[in-house]
Write a protein that binds this ligand. Structure first.
Ligand SMILES: *Cc1c(COP(=O)(O)O)cnc(C)c1O
Length: 391
């Protein structure tokens, strides 16, 4: 990928100072013994000061509560010290295959991924071109990078091209967008944005929070659905949404991923996710890849709900998305309508600024494969009933 050739020099520079890092795979045995990259060793670099990471020892008191030893609740250290197990490696391999990328890097959460990965890709003297409705964690990642941030009108390809044309002499450029937008449920014009980015030699970073699991082959997301996996520089997939877990993955070339392993501060300077969580994530990724029936049920529910609404009852909501915003304007109205819905047995959150722009407070309705037809029909009716017809 041409926009990533800077990594060759960046790695050469690191190598000159002997500063390249990589994870060692640790398989714990008894006590502080472990197999480290295939070799027996006694570990003296973990943070497992009390020996609790593989579960508190079973005693007469705690065995009744199921607190058995050996549950792998702790990873004992950061990924580059002792926190990488074979389970971490297997999970990242599985995710890379799913997303159609060469490699993947696991982060503690989507927010940690965004605020770590973006500053690893751009910094002072660089420029970011960001959709104006990007998630708060993307905004924070952009701010933390110290790159010059240009906000681009929502989904506006001409505005993106224009901003890049006007751009000054920047070292590197990064285009940042969501694929399915979290508060709108609408879809980024990804092909166009990737075309434009390539034309200007800019990298692309796509947050797939609300597309992963739902769209694309095996639910791999919108980047893969559009065949862009070898043209987008990095995708970010949080596991707290359709994967029903927690954590997040950034995918890209092998070189890009090892750059993140070296430079993303929220990867390097934090305790690795526990083997317990990693195993749960691995199971979740494999289950979601095969969840065609649930994807079909979700799509059917979204289609059903959408068909029950007036066009003005929803600005988003389409075949790509489980998210239906109903904009009502001010925060008080949104809160009032949400309270009425709860009285009628429906929990729908009122979303207010700064999560959404001023004057666009809304109900954000999200469909699930588990919703029942009668509940969807009744919710659509209640929304028509409680939202003032003038809105
Ligand atoms: C939820 C979300 C995140 C953050 O993910 P967490 O794992 O919850 O930190 C990032 N981006 C978008 C678009 C999201 O919806």
């Amino acid at each position: 990928m041409k926009s990533l050739v800077w990594l060759n020099d960046a790695f050469a520079e690191l190598d000159k100072s002997d500063l390249i890092r990589r994870e060692r795979v640790v398989a714990w045995r008894d006590g502080m013994r472990a197999i480290v990259d295939g070799r027996d060793a006694v570990v003296f670099c973990s943070n497992d000061y009390l020996g609790m990471a593989r579960g508190a020892p079973a005693t007469d008191e705690n065995s009744d509560e199921g607190c058995d030893a050996g549950i792998g609740a702790g990873s004992t250290g950061s990924r580059l010290i002792t926190g990488t197990s074979a389970a971490h490696v297997a999970l990242e391999r599985e995710v890379a295959e799913w997303k159609g990328s060469a490699a993947a890097v696991l982060f503690g959460s989507g927010t940690l991924a965004n605020i770590g990965a973006i500053p690893a890709l751009v910094g002072r003297g660089d420029a970011i071109y960001a959709d104006e409705l990007n998630h708060a964690s993307l905004i924070d990642g952009c701010r933390l990078s110290r790159a010059e941030v240009h906000t681009v009108r929502h989904r506006d390809s001409a505005a993106l091209a224009n901003a890049l044309t006007k751009g000054g002499a920047f070292r590197r450029k990064l285009v940042v967008t969501e694929s399915v937008f979290s508060m709108e449920g609408d879809v980024a014009p990804l092909e166009e944005w990737v075309d434009i980015a390539e034309r200007f030699g800019a990298m692309t970073y796509v947050d797939e929070a609300h597309a992963a699991g739902i769209v694309g082959p095996d639910g791999a997301g919108l980047v893969r659905a559009r065949g862009l996996e070898s043209r987008v520089s990095a995708t970010m997939t949080p596991a707290g949404k359709a994967l029903g877990c927690e954590g997040a993955f950034v995918t890209g070339t092998a070189q890009l991923c090892s750059w993140l392993v070296n430079k993303a501060r929220t990867y390097v300077f934090t305790t690795a996710p526990s083997p317990m969580r990693v195993r749960a994530l691995w199971t979740a990724v494999r289950a979601v890849r095969r969840a065609e029936a649930a994807r079909a049920a979700l799509k059917e529910n979204a289609r059903r709900f959408s068909s029950l609404l007036n066009s003005r009852d929803s600005v988003g909501g389409n075949e790509w998305s489980a998210i239906f915003p109903r904009i009502v304007g001010d925060s008080a109205t949104a809160l009032g309508v949400a309270a009425k819905l709860l009285d009628r047995g429906f929990f729908v959150q009122a979303i207010r600024p700064p999560t959404v722009p001023d004057g666009t407070a809304r109900l954000r309705i999200t469909m699930s494969a588990l919703h029942r037809e009668e509940d969807i029909v009744r919710l659509a009716r209640e929304i028509k009933d409680v939202v003032p017809p003038s809105l």
